[in-house]
Design a protein. Structure first.
Ligand SMILES: [Zn+2]
Ligand SMILES: [Zn+2]
Length: 358
């Protein structure tokens, strides 16, 4: 990308020029942007609210989308199970499970979940009211993922899309590249433990499933924080093969083994005592060398649960919406691209969502 050459094609410049018009002009009158997030007025509910509310519709179980403490939660059965596993009694006073592709009418608004392909149970929210269909993507990806149902494009009047990796420089390499790197390193350094940082919900299970697909059938060792969610995935029919808890006393025996842990554990006391560990991390952000270096990652594994630039633009074409709002990520380039193909587009600043995962 070329810097400091102001011209009309500069996405930042174009967006700045348009800032006088509120981006919410693209929302139908029955959908409002509030401090807590998207609010459906006739239905009386929020989508992925940032704070505890009376009625919440939740796209998926990551903590920045699924908060604790709502009175009433509507989510897919898998997301309800994930929220209960993580929050216990604080998951919500009442939790209503709505399987994908079933319609729930709430005061004249039709609500339907459609798979988003992001993690187990992740869904887009399809809202219909007064002859207008709005799809809120939540987090999504288009890549095949053995741990969840694939994303389905839904034609709509307004598509509200995430843009975590919304820059043309982000093009995720095939997942097999990362899996190969890990297995090759294991062969090359059989005397070293391989500690792999992976988010407890979604990434850890996907990495395990990808390793199994690649023919790796050895025991995979887990940090205690990953056990419960791996069990939940298995209970929901996602095979993960032979897993075992890596308790403190086992660390010295981990030469040549794969040990998965939350990314935060890579830097804390937990990671001491392993034989000459190779520090690895599985994340879409590992394609940014700087991020890998900051975390002291020797073996970056690029595995993302978000759409990259090509998947984002492909999806905007697939849903065919005349209006697009881009949120929580790198909005400006995608807004500019969408306008270039004749779509009315704007950035919608939904705050409170993290980069990836939790
Ligand atoms: Zn998110
Ligand atoms: Zn997420």
């Amino acid at each position: 990308m070329e810097a400091n050459r102001p011209d009309r094609d500069d996405p930042l410049q174009v967006t700045a020029d348009r800032r006088q018009e509120p981006p919410t002009r693209l929302l139908p009158t029955w959908l409002k942007l509030t401090g807590q997030g998207l609010w459906c007025e006739p239905g009386g509910f929020f989508v992925d609210p940032g704070r505890a509310v009376a009625r919440a519709v939740i796209t998926h179980g990551h903590a920045d989308h699924a908060r604790a403490g709502h009175d009433h939660v509507l989510a897919t059965p898998e997301t309800v199970a994930i929220m209960q596993a993580r929050y216990g009694d604080r998951a919500g006073r009442t939790l209503e499970a709505l399987p994908c592709d079933q319609i729930r009418r709430i005061d004249g608004v039709s609500v339907r979940f459609v798979p988003a392909g992001h993690i187990l149970g992740s869904a887009q929210v399809v809202l219909e009211h007064a002859g207008t269909r709005v799809v809120v993507s939540g987090d999504f990806k288009r890549r095949a993922d053995p741990t969840c149902d694939p994303f389905e494009p839904v034609p709509c009047d307004l598509f509200i899309t995430e843009a975590t990796f919304g820059l043309p420089v982000f093009r995720h390499p095939p997942d097999a590249v990362a899996v190969d790197r890990l297995l090759t390193s294991l062969n090359t350094f059989p005397d070293r433990a391989h500690l792999v940082g992976a988010y407890a919900l979604g990434k850890a299970q996907r990495l395990i499933a990808l390793l199994r697909q690649a023919g790796c059938d050895r025991t995979i060792w887990l940090h205690g924080a990953l056990v419960r969610l791996c069990d939940l995935y298995r209970d929901r029919g996602v095979p993960l093969g032979d897993l075992a808890l890596c308790s403190g006393g086992r660390r010295k025996d981990m030469a040549g083994e794969i040990v998965l842990c939350p990314p935060s554990a890579l830097a804390d006391r937990w990671s001491r005592g392993f034989p000459d560990p190779v520090i690895a991390m599985a994340s879409g952000w590992m394609q940014v060398r700087q991020r890998a270096r900051q975390r002291g990652v020797e073996l970056p594994l690029v595995i993302s649960d978000h759409a990259d630039w090509d998947q984002l633009t492909e999806t905007i074409r697939d849903v065919g919406a005349p209006r697009v709002l881009v949120t929580h990520g790198q909005e400006d380039a995608l807004v500019h691209w969408a306008r270039g193909i004749g779509v009315e587009a704007d950035a919608l600043s939904l705050t409170g969502y993290a980069d990836e995962g939790e």
